[in-house]
Design a binder for this molecule. Structure first.
Ligand code: DAH
Length: 355
């Protein structure tokens, strides 16, 4: 038995024993235990607690007979409880609505949403197609820097300083000693410097020249360089490799011709043309009325170049070639203006989405 209670505690005990206090507590517990999991249980909750004859209103009716001095305390508690019950019901309904709308999004009836997959660039695709053919012929793929020094872009390739041959390619200089590479032949040099023969590689990449921009030429374009160095490599190996490539890329009946040419880094040098004919206006324009289109330069690697790169010319010989990618891509896809490849216009690029 507890004897020494303060007046306040005695008053509190009276509340605890008070039936109104117990009822508020009990209704709160019942509400807490009630789970609103679907529309039906939400309605049951409303009927049990919130309607005119629900528990909270019954309690308000009982409240009328509470002694006046306790009315203030119980009135406040009842109002708090009523708000609690109402917001539990409201929040229950809201979360049901939310999960219902989520279900809508994953409805199996909705039409499938397709992502726009984009497309591979026609120039990349052309390079990939070329690479695939050369890989089948036993070539591997090598790359090199786009900013080059004078040695790799010119000097090692037998362009003497101040030699007019350097004027063949108008160069973008980055500083006194470096330029944007004017051809992928610079990668040949790097490869020969670092690799012992046999070497059989192609070197695709972007090159830059300070040229007037038009439908047929741009200040940057793409090349696929090829290099084969071994003992007893001959010009007929070069021809056979290129014939094979052309037949695979353009079709078995494609006519080709070699023309003698000049490059400082090959001796003898040649250019190869393919025959397009003169049937269409664009063939005539592209071939300048001859029916023939030049697609590459090639030749036997010059002895000086082999020596510059530390390869013994008495033991090894080799051939090299440089294919122009952009022109071939124009031909392949019937593109009349080279510049359209690089506008990044989605309407143009999306035409290649099936590649
Ligand atoms: N580098 C030459 C150019 O850009 C193309 C070329 C010609 C590359 C002959 C070669 C080659 O490897 O042997 O015009």
């Amino acid at each position: 038995m507890v004897w020494c209670k303060s007046i306040d505690e005695i008053i509190d005990m009276k509340f605890i024993c008070n039936p109104m206090q117990d009822k508020i507590k009990e209704i709160r517990e019942q509400s807490n235990a009630f789970e609103i999991i679907d529309l039906e249980s939400a309605e049951q909750y409303r009927l049990k607690f919130l309607v005119k004859k629900g528990l909270i209103n019954l309690l308000f009716q009982e409240f009328r007979s509470v002694e006046p001095e306790k009315k203030k305390k119980f009135g406040a508690e009842l109002n708090v409880l009523k708000k609690e019950l109402e917001s539990k019901h409201k929040e229950g309904l809201q979360s049901l609505n939310k999960s219902e709308s989520n279900e809508d999004n994953t409805s199996l009836d909705l039409p499938a949403y397709f992502n726009d997959l984009g497309s591979r660039h026609p120039i990349s695709h052309t390079i990939e197609h070329m690479t695939e053919i050369f890989e089948r012929l036993g070539f591997d793929v090598v790359s090199g820097p786009e900013i080059e020094d004078d040695w790799h872009n010119f000097s090692a390739l037998n362009f003497p300083k101040n030699h007019p041959a350097r004027d063949m390619q108008d160069t973008f200089f980055v500083d006194k000693d470096h330029a944007l590479r004017t051809h992928t032949s610079s990668v040949q040099v790097r490869l020969m410097e670092n690799t012992k023969p046999p070497i059989r590689s192609i070197m695709p990449g972007r090159v830059y020249r300070n040229e007037a921009i038009s439908a047929r030429s741009n200040c940057f374009f793409h090349q696929v360089e090829g290099l084969y160095i071994d003992e007893e490599v001959s010009f007929s190996d070069l021809k056979q490799t290129l014939y094979q490539f052309v037949q695979e890329f353009f079709g078995p009946d494609t006519k080709v011709r070699f023309r003698a040419s000049y490059f400082p880094f090959t001796e003898p040098s040649a250019e190869m043309d393919i025959y397009l004919g003169l049937e269409t206006e664009s063939d005539a324009r592209l071939t300048k009325g001859t029916g023939w289109l030049e697609i590459l330069g090639c030749g036997m690697v010059d002895v000086n170049v082999l020596e510059n790169c530390g390869i013994d010319p008495s033991k090894y010989t080799g051939f090299a070639f440089g294919l122009g990618v952009d022109r071939i891509a124009m031909l392949k896809y019937g593109v009349k203006d080279l510049r359209t490849f690089f506008y990044n216009d989605k309407r143009f690029l999306s035409q290649f989405s099936s590649l």
